[in-house]
Design a protein around this ligand. Structure first.
Ligand SMILES: [Zn+2]
Length: 179
């Protein structure tokens, strides 16, 4: 939990009639990072949308998918997002607005206007979006570990004693392997 990043009720944000600003410095529970998550975000209630802006960065340690070594990756975002404030119950009352609401619903996130905005959750989601799909430590990646080279030798050393009848095809394969 980052200090001071408690969720805030949207009605409270609306009453402010100005952007609420959070400065961020701390660690996210759900995303372990090497350095504290730092930056600031703001949220402004604009009637039917919530405008959230944020500039945040941190460094996380990832495991390379190829060489399995750990490496550090900079994660940062500088985002300006509109979150639609939509009350599902009101949709039925407002028959003209329904199709428009549904159309927008597909494009943007929306939250219940009577609900609350969780700044920490938002920061976590934005940082998660920046995580690479494939973890690659970089140009100097040494490639996969040596496992492939070692294993066949070890198997050959143990096999001859343990296996009594040897299929001729298997023997030929073994000859190929050892050459
Ligand atoms: Zn690597």
């Amino acid at each position: 939990m980052i200090p001071g990043l408690q969720a805030i009720r949207l009605q409270e944000l609306r009453a402010l009639a100005a952007p609420r600003v959070w400065s961020i410095e701390g660690n996210l529970e759900e995303l372990a990072s090497l350095t504290p998550v730092r930056g600031s975000i703001s949220a402004e209630h604009q009637g039917n949308v919530l405008e959230v802006k944020g500039k945040v960065s941190t460094i996380v340690t990832l495991c390379c998918d190829r060489c399995l070594n750990e490496f550090n990756q900079n994660l940062a975002f500088d985002t300006d997002e509109l979150i639609w404030l939509e009350d599902n119950a009101e949709e039925t009352n407002n028959s003209t607005g329904v199709s428009m609401l549904n159309g927008i619903d597909n494009l943007v996130e929306c939250i219940d206007p009577l609900g609350s905005f969780d700044p920490e959750r938002w920061v976590f989601e934005q940082l998660s979006l920046q995580l690479p799909v494939v973890n690659h430590c970089g140009e100097d990646c040494p490639g996969p570990p040596l496992a492939k080279k070692k294993q066949p030798n070890q198997i050959l050393e143990h096999e001859p004693q343990n296996e009594a009848p040897i299929d001729p095809r298997w023997a030929a394969l073994r000859k190929l392997n050892s050459s």
